[in-house]
Design a protein around this ligand. Structure first.
Ligand SMILES: *[C@@H]1O[C@H](CO)[C@@H](O)[C@H](O)[C@H]1NC(C)=O
Ligand SMILES: *[C@@H]1O[C@H](CO)[C@@H](O)[C@H](O)[C@H]1NC(C)=O
Ligand SMILES: *[C@@H]1O[C@H](CO)[C@@H](O)[C@H](O)[C@H]1NC(C)=O
Ligand SMILES: *[C@@H]1O[C@H](CO)[C@@H](O)[C@H](O)[C@H]1NC(C)=O
Length: 359
C-alpha cells in the first residue's frame, strides 16, 4: 500500500517540477523582455536610473551635461582650491542629486588631465573623489560660440572691464545653461532637497529675481533673450546689471508679475518664479544670521537650497568647528566630508574669502 500511494505522489511531483520549469522559463522570458525594455528606455532618456557616464574619465561637457540634468558651478577667478564653503556647496549638490552630474567649470583649470596634488589642494581632491563631481576648464571663447555673447566678448578687453569676475560669471552661466540645460548654482548655495522644477527663476524678493540659482531645459528661448539683452544693455559699471537685474528685466518682459501669495510659486508660460523662501529664507540684510547660534532648530521646510550671500561677507566670517552656529550645523548635515576634512576649529584658518561665484 505505501508503494501504491508513493508512485502517484512521485508522478505528481514530476508534474509539479515540469510546471515549475515552465514557469521559470516563462518568468525568465518576461524578465528578459523587461530588461530589454528598460535598457532601451534608459538609452533613450539616458537617465532612467542614472544620468552619469559609466566611468568618470568622460571629459566632454556636451556629452555629460547635454541632457539637461546637470548641476553647474562656476569659478571665474584663477583660484583652484575651493574654500570650505565652496566645497560644501558642491558636495551638498552631489549628495542631493546623486544620479546627476555636478559640473564645476574653473577658469584656473586649463587641462582636465592635469589634477593638482592631494596635499596642496585638499578641497579640490575631496571634490574630485566624489563620483558625480566633474571638473571642466572654463573656456569662455568656446563657450560663447554660437551665442549672442560672442560679439560682446570679442569686442571688450577683459583686463580693463570693471567687475570682470562677476560680469564674466553672469555671462558664462547663461551660455552654459542655454547650451546644456540643467541648474546653475552659485558656490555659496547649500543644497538641502531636490528642486522639482525644470524651467525656473528664483525670487530673491517680491517681483525681483536673483541669478544665483536658476534652471532651464536646453535651448530655452528665455535664456537666448537674456543673452541678447545682456549684450544690448551691457554696462559693467552698474552692479548686477548683467545679473539679477537682467533676469528681472527679462522676466517682466515675459510675464506679468504679481506678488506672491503665502508660500506658493508663480507660473507663467512654462516658467516658474519660485518664492523667496525656496532659496532665500534668510534675506541678504540678515546674512549674518547664518553665522549666529540659534536657540531653536530651523527646518527650512519650504526651501530647496540656502543662499549664504557670501558677497555680503566682506569681513570674512568663517565656518568654525564647534561654534554651533547655523552655518556649522548646515555643513555638518549637508556636506559631511567637507565638514570632516576642511572645517577647522577657532584657531585654524577658515572659509569665507570673497569669490566671484559667490554672489
Ligand atoms: C590624500 O591624502 C589623504 C590624507 O591626507 C589620504 O587619505 C588619501 O588617500 C590621499 N588621496 C590620494 C588620491 O592620494
Ligand atoms: C587691454 O588693456 C590692457 C590694459 O590697458 C592693455 O595693455 C592691452 O593691450 C589691451 N588689450 C587689447 C587687446 O586691446
Ligand atoms: C517652453 O519651453 C521650451 C523649451 O524647452 C520652449 O521651446 C517653448 O517655446 C516654451 N513654451 C512657451 C510657451 O514659452
Ligand atoms: C518640517 O518637516 C518635518 C518632516 O516633514 C516635520 O517633522 C516638521 O514638523 C516640519 N517643521 C515645520 C516647522 O513645519
Amino acid at each position: 500500500m505505501p508503494g501504491i500511494l508513493w508512485i502517484p505522489q512521485k508522478a505528481g511531483q514530476e508534474r509539479d517540477v515540469d510546471m515549475l520549469k515552465e514557469l521559470q522559463l516563462f518568468l525568465l522570458g518576461i524578465l528578459l523582455l523587461v530588461c530589454v525594455f528598460f535598457y532601451q528606455l534608459n538609452v533613450k532618456s539616458s537617465c532612467l536610473f542614472s544620468c552619469l557616464p559609466p566611468q568618470k574619465s568622460q571629459q566632454d561637457p556636451e556629452a555629460l551635461l547635454g541632457h539637461g540634468h546637470g548641476i553647474v558651478f562656476i569659478e571665474t577667478s584663477e583660484r583652484m582650491e575651493p574654500t570650505p564653503l565652496v566645497s560644501c556647496a558642491v558636495e551638498s549638490a552631489a549628495k542631493i542629486y546623486p544620479g546627476q552630474p555636478v559640473a564645476f567649470f574653473m577658469k584656473g583649470l586649463y587641462d582636465t588631465t592635469w589634477l593638482p596634488s592631494n596635499s596642496t589642494y585638499p578641497g579640490f581632491s575631496l571634490l574630485s573623489a566624489i563620483d558625480n563631481v566633474f571638473f571642466f576648464p572654463l573656456d569662455m571663447e568656446r563657450l560663447f560660440e554660437d551665442t549672442p555673447l560672442l560679439s560682446w566678448y570679442t569686442r571688450i578687453n577683459a583686463s580693463v572691464e570693471s567687475n570682470w569676475l562677476h560680469v564674466s560669471s553672469d555671462a558664462s552661466r547663461l551660455a552654459i545653461i542655454w547650451k546644456y540645460g540643467g541648474i546653475y548654482m552659485d558656490t555659496d548655495v547649500i543644497s538641502i532637497r531636490p528642486i522639482p522644477e525644470e524651467n525656473f527663476l528664483a525670487a530673491q524678493s517680491s517681483r525681483y529675481s536673483s541669478n544665483g540659482v536658476f534652471g532651464f531645459l536646453p535651448h530655452h528661448p528665455f535664456l537666448w533673450d537674456c543673452m541678447e539683452n545682456f549684450v544690448e544693455h551691457y554696462n559693467s559699471e552698474i552692479w548686477g546689471n548683467q545679473g539679477p537685474s537682467l533676469m528681472t528685466r527679462m522676466l517682466r518682459l515675459w510675464c506679468r508679475l504679481g506678488d506672491f501669495q503665502e508660500v506658493s510659486d508663480l507660473r507663467c508660460l512654462n516658467l516658474s518664479f519660485l518664492h523667496p523662501q525656496r532659496f532665500y529664507p534668510i534675506s541678504y540684510p540678515e546674512w549674518r544670521r547664518y553665522y549666529e547660534v540659534w536657540d531653536r532648530d530651523l527646518s527650512f521646510n519650504d526651501s530647496y537650497a540656502l543662499h549664504l550671500w557670501n558677497y555680503m561677507n566682506k569681513e570674512g566670517m568663517t565656518v568654525v568647528r564647534g561654534s554651533n552656529t547655523l552655518v556649522e550645523n548646515l555643513c555638518r548635515k549637508h556636506c559631511p566630508r567637507t565638514y570632516r576634512d576642511l572645517i577647522q576649529g577657532p584657531e585654524g584658518s577658515g572659509t569665507g574669502t570673497l569669490s566671484a561665484g559667490n554672489k
